[in-house]
Write a protein that binds this ligand. Structure first.
Ligand SMILES: Cc1cc2nc3c(=O)[nH]c(=O)nc-3n(C[C@H](O)[C@H](O)[C@H](O)COP(=O)(O)O)c2cc1C
Length: 498
C-alpha cells in the first residue's frame, strides 16, 4: 500500500526535518529566513517546524499530537490502528561500542546506542542516563522504549549500586519502558583471574530480574557464548564473529517480544492493494490470508519477505497473517465497497494527519499523492523548489505507489482531496494527480491546510478548472496549528457529514 512505503520514505525526512528545525530554530518566508518566535506575521510558513514533532504517528517517522483529547478520542472509529512503535537503546561500555562497530545497530530504524569505552556506573549515571532520557523525550513518535543495558564489566563491584539504580529508574521515569539487562559476558586467557567476579555479578542480576516488575528482563548472552564458544581479540573484547553471536542472542529475545505487523487493523476498498510489513523481525516470514475470497496475497517483498502486498477482492473481514520463528502476528483487514478515496498531498505531515482523521470517519482508500522524485529536505531549498514548480506550472510525475494506491478510478464516486496551500495554490503534484486520474462525474471534496492565510480561492479556482466535469465542493480550510483540535474535528465531522 502506498502509505506504508511512504512511511519509510518519510520517516527519514521527518527526522531530518525535526533535527534541522531544532538546530536552526528558524521559520522561513518565501524571501528568506527569519527567527522563530517572530512567527506572528501571518506570512511566515513553518516547514516542518514545531508541529512537525506533532504529526500523525502513522507516517512512521512522525510524532502523534499528544493531547489528551486525541488519545482518548474513542468516537473516532477504528479504521486504521497502528502497531506499537518500538525504540531500542543500547547502553554500555566498550563491548557495546564494539558490538555496534560490527553490527551497526545505530544505523537501524528506531535504534540508538549510548556508550563509552572504559566506563562504568559513574558515567552511566552522569552521562548515559541523561542521554537516554533526552532521547526518550525527543523521539515522541516512539510508543514503547526498550533499554538494553550492557554495563558491569569495568566495575563488577558496583553490582548492588547498578541494581539500586535500575530499581529506582523502573519505579520512576522508566516505568513504562522495558529494561533488558545483558549478562556480563565471559573473558578469556589471562583476563580470567582479573574478572573472576563475573559469575556472581550475573547471578545477582538474574535474581534481581526475578524479583523486579514484569518489564525487567535478563538476556543471557553469557550462556549462549559458553555453549556456542567465543573468541576475543585481547581477552576482553570479542571478534566480529562472536559479536554476531551476541547480537543474534539479543535479537532472538527482542524479536520474540516485539515483532508485529505494522498495522493491527486497516480498512480498504474492494480492488485496491496495500503493503504491510513485519516490524522488529529479521528472519524469514511467511504470509497468508485467512480468507482468500476476501483478501488475496499478491506478493511477498523485501529481504526475507518482510513485507507483503495484499489485494482486496470482496467485502468482508479477513486477517493477513505473518508466520515467523514459530510465531504469528496479524493485521485485520476490513474490505469495504463504499466507493470513497481520501487522497492527499503532504510534505510535513499536517495534511496527512487531517486526511487520516477524515478517512477514519468516511472510510475508503487512503492514498498519499507522492512524487517520484524527493522534495529537498531543507526549508530554503524546498521553498525555492516549490516556487520554481509553481512558476513553471510543472507536473511532477507521481510515484508508482500512488498509482497502485488509487487502483481503478471507476471504483470511486467520491474523492476527498487534501493538500497544503503553497504560495496560495495547490502543490503541482496535486495538479498531476487530478490530471492523471479521470474525475469526470465524481464528487470531489477538497480540504486545504494553511498557515495563517486561509484564502485558498486562487488554488481552488485552479483545481475546479482542471476538473470541469466533477462536482467540486466548497474547500474546507484548516490551519496547520489546529488540525486536530476538538473544534477542528467537530468541524470536519460537520462538513463531511459523519
Ligand atoms: C513552499 C511552501 C509554501 C507555502 N505557502 C503557503 C501559503 O501560501 N499560504 C498558507 O497559508 N500556508 C502556506 N504554507 C504553509 C503550509 O500550508 C503549511 O506548512 C502546511 O502545514 C503544510 O502541510 P503539510 O504538513 O501537509 O505539508 C506554505 C508552505 C510551504 C512549504
Amino acid at each position: 500500500m502506498v502509505i506504508i512505503k511512504n512511511i519509510r520514505k518519510k520517516a527519514a525526512f521527518y527526522h531530518i526535518m525535526i533535527a534541522i528545525v531544532m538546530l536552526c530554530g528558524f521559520l522561513f518566508t518565501d524571501s528568506g529566513y527569519v527567527l522563530a518566535g517572530s512567527g506572528k506575521n501571518v506570512n511566515l510558513y513553518a516547514v516542518g517546524s514545531g508541529k512537525t514533532a506533532g504529526i500523525s504517528n502513522s507516517a512512521g517517522g512522525v510524532d502523534r499530537p499528544e493531547t489528551a483529547e486525541d488519545s482518548s478520542d474513542s468516537e473516532d472509529g477504528q479504521k486504521y490502528i497502528e502497531s506499537e512503535r518500538i525504540g531500542i537503546i543500547y547502553t554500555g561500555d566498550s563491548r557495546i561500542r564494539r558490538l555496534n562497530l560490527t553490527i551497526n545497530m545505530k544505523g537501524m530504524k528506531d535504534t540508538w546506542v549510548v556508550c563509552k569505552s572504559g566506563m562504568g556506573y559513574n558515567w552511566f549515571v552522569s552521562e548515559g542516563i541523561p542521554q537516554i532520557d533526552r532521547l526518550m523525550k525527543e523521539k515522541k513518535y516512539i510508543d514503547k522504549w526498550v533499554i538494553i543495558s550492557g554495563w558491569g564489566v569495568n566495575d563488577l563491584w558496583n553490582c548492588g549500586t547498578y541494581i539500586n539504580k535500575y530499581t529506582s529508574l523502573m519505579k520512576g521515569r522508566w516505568s513504562k519502558c522495558d529494561l533488558r539487562l545483558m549478562s556480563v559476558n565471559p573473558v578469556d586467557g589471562a583476563m580470567k583471574s582479573k574478572y573472576g567476579a563475573i559469575p556472581s555479578f550475573n547471578s545477582r542480576i538474574k535474581s534481581y530480574v526475578k524479583k523486579a516488575g514484569k518489564n525487567v528482563f535478563y538476556i543471557d548472552t553469557n550462556r549462549v557464548m559458553m555453549s556456542k564458544g567465543f573468541s576475543t581479540i585481547d581477552g576482553l573484547h570479542y571478534t566480529e564473529s562472536t559479536n554476531r553471536i551476541i547480537y543474534k542472542a539479543i535479537c532472538d529475545e527482542i524479536q520474540q517480544a516485539y515483532a508485529s505487523v505494522n498495522y493491527k487493523c486497516i480498512e480498504i476498498n474492494v480492488n485496491s492493494q496495500r503493503t504491510l510489513t513485519l516490524d522488529n523481525y529479521e528472519g524469514r516470514v511467511k504470509w497468508k490470508s485467512s480468507d482468500s475470497n476476501i483478501l488475496k496475497i499478491v506478493s511477498a517483498r523485501g529481504t526475507n519477505n518482510k513485507s507483503v502486498t495484499v489485494k482486496a477482492l470482496n467485502p468482508g473481514t479477513a486477517s493477513v497473517m505473518a508466520s515467523f520463528g514459530g510465531r504469528e502476528a496479524s493485521c485485520e483487514v476490513k474490505v469495504t465497497d463504499n466507493r470513497v478515496m481520501v487522497a492527499y498531498f503532504s510534505y510535513s505531515g499536517e495534511t496527512e494527519t487531517a486526511a487520516e482523521y477524515i478517512q477514519r470517519g468516511v472510510g475508503g482508500n487512503l492514498v498519499w499523492i507522492d512524487i517520484n522524485d524527493v522534495y529537498p529536505y531543507t526549508e530554503k531549498k524546498l521553498a525555492a523548489a516549490a516556487k520554481r514548480e509553481l512558476e513553471s506550472d510543472a507536473r511532477p510525475p507521481l510515484d508508482s505507489d500512488t498509482y497502485a494506491g488509487v487502483g481503478d478510478m471507476s471504483q470511486y464516486d467520491t474523492v476527498y482531496l487534501g493538500f497544503p496551500l503553497w504560495y496560495g495554490f495547490a502543490p503541482r503534484a496535486v495538479c498531476t494527480f487530478i490530471e492523471c486520474f479521470n474525475m469526470d462525474g465524481k464528487t470531489v471534496k477538497p480540504f486545504v491546510i494553511t498557515q495563517g492565510n486561509e484564502d485558498c480561492s486562487g488554488g481552488m479556482a485552479e483545481i475546479k478548472s482542471l476538473i470541469p466535469n466533477a462536482v467540486v465542493g466548497e474547500p474546507f480550510a484548516l490551519d496547520r496549528e489546529k488540525v486536530l483540535t476538538k473544534k477542528a474535528k467537530k468541524e470536519i465531522k460537520k462538513i463531511f457529514a459523519y
